[in-house]
Design a protein around this ligand. Structure first.
Ligand code: CAA
Length: 388
């Protein structure tokens, strides 16, 4: 039975900064950010959005009434969750009006957890024909003002509905995965910003990709010629380009050029959002499916997921004939074009605002047009509002 992504949607809040302006403020050559890092804009998350509201705003767009009553599991992947006990998926169940007989769970392994959710969803649907599973990956990437990681911040959420006979892409049973206990990026429970050994993390990412790619070729007998495109976890878009270039010598010149063109399509949205940790690979997939001029039914896409700490997985998916129908993408174009640019001064002044203040407080959400917003905390309980 073919199982995979039936619908795919994305959300990020309505404000951003321009990285040329950030470079000037940090006394850095803008080309370091634009070319060296491969990022042009960065989503800035207001106090009225968190990983729950972003996830709800992403998922709400793709769910029909029938989906809401039929979903049997909600998997919520994040590494910037709002509670060390209660799963974010339970909040989503209420906000999205999903039936009470759904299982709800939160998953964590840095940026990798969304992929784990997707694979579990695939296996669950394969064992339970007709089942629908909602997988949502939502994160806020934070490193701190004027840190080396600042240019790789961002945030947003990607939602995927996993079913049999999917519209967008089947998930093949060819995954290669590996884990290794190492310290390239981590965030102790008391910390709001990530700690990172930046250059080490870049190297580990590439080593994991090369090792998994080699294993994949050995296990499946496939070569680079079997792939029409690749999508990568994109902590910043140059990282994916480096990984792709590590294996490009295996392709003939024409195919290498084709794969590079597809890579450009796969990073259009990520360049303007920044890192969204668990959702990053899936925003890149959406970007590829929306912006590629050549993708068609039967094309094989290779997907590389990486989560620091570290875990990696490489697998493939086959593009389906009706894939455009499963992409909730008009909203992405609108979302990007309607975002409000913040000055760097505003961004710096507001940085961390969402995390500070009394335990119970009201949050000003009047400038936030999103359907779901965080209105404040009462008795240390988050007050979510549906504005529609
Ligand atoms: N014009 C063009 N390019 C320029 C330039 C200029 N004027 N100046 C510098 N560059 C290039 C550099 O040559 C370099 O390119 P290469 O990597 O191809 O050599 C690039 O810009 C970056 O320069 P630096 O290495 O000097 O940058 P940095 O030391 O300031 O830090 C970073 C870069 C390590 C990525 C840092 O931003 C960081 O720590 N980010 C967070 C960690 C991260 O994203 N790691 C990725 C792998 S881990 C992962 O994937 C999980 C996750 O999501 C976090």
């Amino acid at each position: 039975m073919a199982v995979g992504i039936d619908k795919l949607s994305f959300f990020s809040p309505n404000q951003y900064i321009d990285l040329t302006e950030l470079a000037k403020r940090r006394d850095t050559d803008p080309n370091k950010y634009l070319i060296g890092i491969g990022q042009s804009e960065q989503a800035v998350i207001p106090a009225s959005q968190d990983v729950i509201t972003m996830a709800a705003n992403a998922a709400d767009q793709l769910l029909t009434e029938a989906d809401r009553s039929e979903i049997s599991m909600i998997m919520f992947a994040t590494e910037s969750g709002i509670d060390n006990s209660k799963s974010g998926a339970v909040y989503l169940q209420t906000l999205l009006g999903i039936n009470r007989y759904a299982r709800t769970i939160e998953l964590k392994q840095a940026c990798y957890a969304g992929t784990y959710g997707l694979m579990q969803a695939r296996d669950y649907v394969a064992l339970n024909p007709g089942a629908k599973v909602l997988v949502v990956a939502s994160d806020i990437a934070r490193y701190g003002l004027a840190t080396a990681g600042e240019v790789t911040q961002g945030g947003g959420a990607v939602a995927m509905l996993v079913t049999e006979n999917p519209k967008v892409m089947t998930l093949e049973r060819d995954s290669q995965f590996m884990s290794q206990d190492l310290m390239d990026f981590w965030r102790p429970v008391y910390a709001t910003d990530a700690l990172v050994d930046g250059h080490f993390s870049q190297d580990v990412y590439r080593e994991f990709f090369k090792e998994l790619w080699q294993r994949y070729r050995e296990q499946t007998g496939r070569t680079i010629a079997d792939f029409q495109a690749f999508a990568f976890h994109l902590p910043y878009t140059k990282q994916g380009l480096k990984a792709l270039k590590d294996i490009l010598p295996e392709a003939n010149a024409e195919h290498a050029e084709h794969l590079l063109a597809e890579f450009e399509a796969s990073r259009v949205f990520n360049k303007r959002i920044g890192n969204l940790y668990t959702g990053s690979l899936y925003l890149s997939l959406l970007s590829l499916l929306v912006n590629s001029a050549t993708l068609k039914a039967g094309y094989r896409i290779g997907l590389f997921s990486y989560g620091s700490g570290a875990e990696g997985e490489f697998y493939s998916g086959l593009v389906q004939a009706e894939f455009k129908k499963g992409l909730i993408n008009e909203q992405v174009e609108r979302l990007l074009s309607e975002r409000r640019k913040m000055t760097i001064e505003q961004y710096e002044k507001n940085y961390g605002q969402a995390l500070n203040g009394p335990l119970d407080r009201e949050i000003d959400f009047k400038d936030d047009p999103a359907k779901f917003v965080l209105a404040g905390l009462v008795n240390q309980q988050r007050q979510y509002i549906n504005q529609q």
